[in-house]
Design a protein around this ligand. Structure first.
Ligand code: NAI
Length: 212
């Protein structure tokens, strides 16, 4: 069950949604669910769900459905959420501060240790209890603290330079909010978050729905 070979990214991208809903079921003390019920709450078809979960050896039993706690635990393992990650963020402006202010990432296991910026007016300030440091000290901080994940919330023109610094400091995972495609070596993973793209999809769906 632990061994996950070459699962398509389309499947992987559905897992966080399963994980979230299963967590909500657990909170409500629901311990067992059929793929049909899971389909009703996630919006994916029951056969899609069975197929997705079969990729990992399948957790369900015919006639029983899924054990919510077990499935939630296994999906958490598959997503790498059974451990915590140390992260830093570069670009402590509007978006960077908003990200840092959200405690939910920490609750999910992503501990933000420090923020970095190049604007002297921001250095020394704290967001919650997380301090903003001069970006010139970032590489040392990353090495001294064993940071594994770097978050980029700088303007796009600066993002590649920040990514290069991360890579030099041995960061292997980058969460990129800047609207640019970063160039990174093969052993570094980048996950882009582009709210604009999501907004454009909303605009498309809105247009289609309201077409006369
Ligand atoms: P902002 O101007 O408020 O903040 C940017 C911060 O980065 C500033 O504090 C600036 O001093 C700092 N900075 C610039 N270059 C730096 C460097 N080389 N090293 C360290 N710090 C540096 O900008 P805002 O509104 O917070 O946007 C930041 C980025 O996030 C932009 O690229 C924007 O396009 C993007 N963005 C992305 C969204 C998304 O959905 N992914 C949504 C909103 C903004």
């Amino acid at each position: 069950m632990e061994k996950v070979n070459r699962i398509s990214m389309a499947v992987i991208r559905r897992l966080p949604k399963y994980y979230r809903y299963l967590g909500e079921l657990l909170d409500k003390d629901i311990n067992r669910i059929s793929s049909q019920e899971l389909s009703n709450i996630t919006g994916f078809t029951a056969s899609q769900i069975r197929q997705d979960l079969n990729n990992f050896g399948g957790f369900g039993q015919q006639g029983y459905g899924y054990n919510v706690e077990e499935l939630h635990k296994q999906l958490g393992k598959i997503l790498g959420l059974e451990r915590t990650y140390k992260a830093v963020l570069v670009g402590a402006g509007n978006l960077g501060q908003a990200v840092a202010n959200y405690k939910g990432f920490e609750d999910a296991g992503f501990k933000l240790l420090a923020l970095f910026d190049k604007n002297p007016k921001l250095i020394g300030l704290k967001i919650r209890d997380i301090e903003i440091f001069d970006v010139d000290h970032m590489e040392n901080f990353i090495n001294d603290n064993g940071v594994e994940i770097g978050i980029i919330t700088t303007p796009k023109e600066q993002a590649q330079g920040v990514a290069d610094k991360f890579i030099k400091s041995n960061i292997k995972g980058i969460w990129n909010f800047a609207p640019t495609d970063l160039k990174v070596p093969e052993n570094v993973v980048v996950e882009n978050v582009h709210l604009n793209e999501s907004l454009f999809i909303l605009s498309y769906m809105f247009k289609e729905k309201n077409r006369k």
